[in-house]
Design a binder for this molecule. Structure first.
Ligand code: FEO
Length: 396
């Protein structure tokens, strides 16, 4: 089955669409599937392919190349060594033995390790280098940490297209060449940012500037649709990485017998009373990708857990660990829950949140089912969060 998507004269997406994929890297949920975009650039003299596809989907790439009658590829430009983009390179080199892999020195090193490519397979380029294909000129720009240290972008100068690989991508299986369903794509691009890019948000700002300075007419990532309106995705990224947060608290909870849930319900009511917007997620039943999206711009995170086996519920530990690893710009963290006879719930959660630069509120653990005086403490807890939101200027 072939599916060729034309971006401009002599520029085609010949990559693969993966409708069935539900999990990425065995952790990241992809409810809309994904695509591995591979871009063919036909110069007058040379042919280049920018990024390849997940190896198990290579048949789609080869069918597209056959459909276009491509008998020779001169350059395989590799923006990123992760196998969903580089994995088909060995098979491509077998079918197109004259091709050279064009990438930076760091990416070359990774691909020698990950794909067992040889030194002679590569042409190594540096920041700002160009490659003339005949009327189509590629320029290579280093955009590290979106999301590995070797990641780079490739600009097609004449057509003003920025090929950014994972950067600005979205896990969305679609036959659309360009983003059209903007609400849906915004959500999937935000999921992609939350799960993959958020830990590097401080560095991303510099990379956004590099892309903006090029002034692209099209941004073509290697997952999801391309953007014929680059400002849409650039502005979304600027919003997500900006230091400002929303007047929102996210409550992630587990409850075994309902006591912690009663605390959560009371906290939601009180936060509403004091003017804080709330989102609640049951950690046993929630898609953790949605939790990651929620983390992007909240001010306060509350983890609510019963004490079991002398500590927090394991799913609460996982949520804390994930939040710690994703490094959202959250400012306030609270821990609440019900216990039977004691344990190290707070210590264990605190240890898993150590990388976040946050203010930890005085934890609120209560014994058994909440009593009247406990509900007063929960109300005080909510009031404290509201005060912090006001001090931080996120709530009037
Ligand atoms: Fe889409 Fe980092 O690979």
């Amino acid at each position: 089955m072939s599916m060729i998507r034309k971006l401009a004269e002599g520029v085609y997406n010949v990559g693969a669409i993966d409708w069935e994929r539900v999990l990425f890297d065995e952790i990241v949920s992809t409810p809309q599937g994904t695509s591995y975009n591979s871009y063919l650039i036909l110069g007058k003299d040379k042919v280049a392919l920018i990024d390849t596809v997940e190896p198990e989907k290579a048949d789609q790439l080869f069918a597209n190349l056959e459909e276009l009658g491509i008998e020779r590829i001169d350059y395989i430009v590799s923006n990123h060594a992760e196998q969903d983009h580089s994995g088909a390179i060995p098979e491509l080199l077998e079918k197109y033995p004259e091709a050279k892999v064009v990438t930076n020195a760091k990416c070359k090193g990774f691909e020698k390790d990950l794909l067992h490519l040889r030194d002679e397979d590569f042409i190594v380029i540096n920041e700002g280098d160009t490659l003339d294909l005949g009327g189509k000129t590629l320029k290579f720009v280093m955009t590290p940490w979106v999301h590995w240290p070797e990641t780079m972008s490739t600009f097609l100068l004449e057509d003003k297209i920025a090929f950014t690989c994972d950067f600005f991508g979205s896990h969305a299986a679609t036959t659309h060449t360009f983003a059209e369903q903007y609400d849906r794509i915004y959500h999937e691009a935000k999921r992609y940012y939350a799960e993959i890019m958020m830990p590097f948000r401080q560095i991303i700002a510099r990379n956004i500037t590099k892309i903006e300075e090029f002034g692209p007419k099209i941004i073509a990532p290697s997952h999801g649709p391309a953007y014929s309106d680059p400002k849409f995705i650039i502005n979304a990224y600027k919003e997500w990485i900006s230091p400002s947060t929303k007047n929102e608290a996210l409550i992630l909870y587990v409850s075994m017998h309902g006591s912690t849930k009663k605390m959560v319900d009371a906290l939601v009511d009180s936060l509403g009373k004091y003017g804080v917007e709330v989102k609640v997620r049951d950690l046993i039943r929630s898609d953790m990708g949605e939790v990651a999206i929620d983390l992007v711009d909240i001010t306060t995170l509350v983890i609510a857990t019963p004490t079991m086996l002398a500590g927090p519920h394991p799913q609460a530990v996982y949520a804390a660990y994930l939040a710690n690893a994703l490094k959202p710009k959250v400012k306030i963290v609270g821990i609440i829950g019900s216990y039977g006879w004691g344990g190290r719930t707070v210590d264990i959660l605190k240890a898993n949140l150590g990388a976040l630069k946050v203010e930890l509120l005085e934890p609120l653990l209560i014994k058994g089912l909440p009593k009247d005086e406990d509900y007063e403490k929960i109300d005080e807890f909510a009031k404290k969060i509201a005060e912090k939101h006001r001090e931080l200027g996120v709530m009037k």
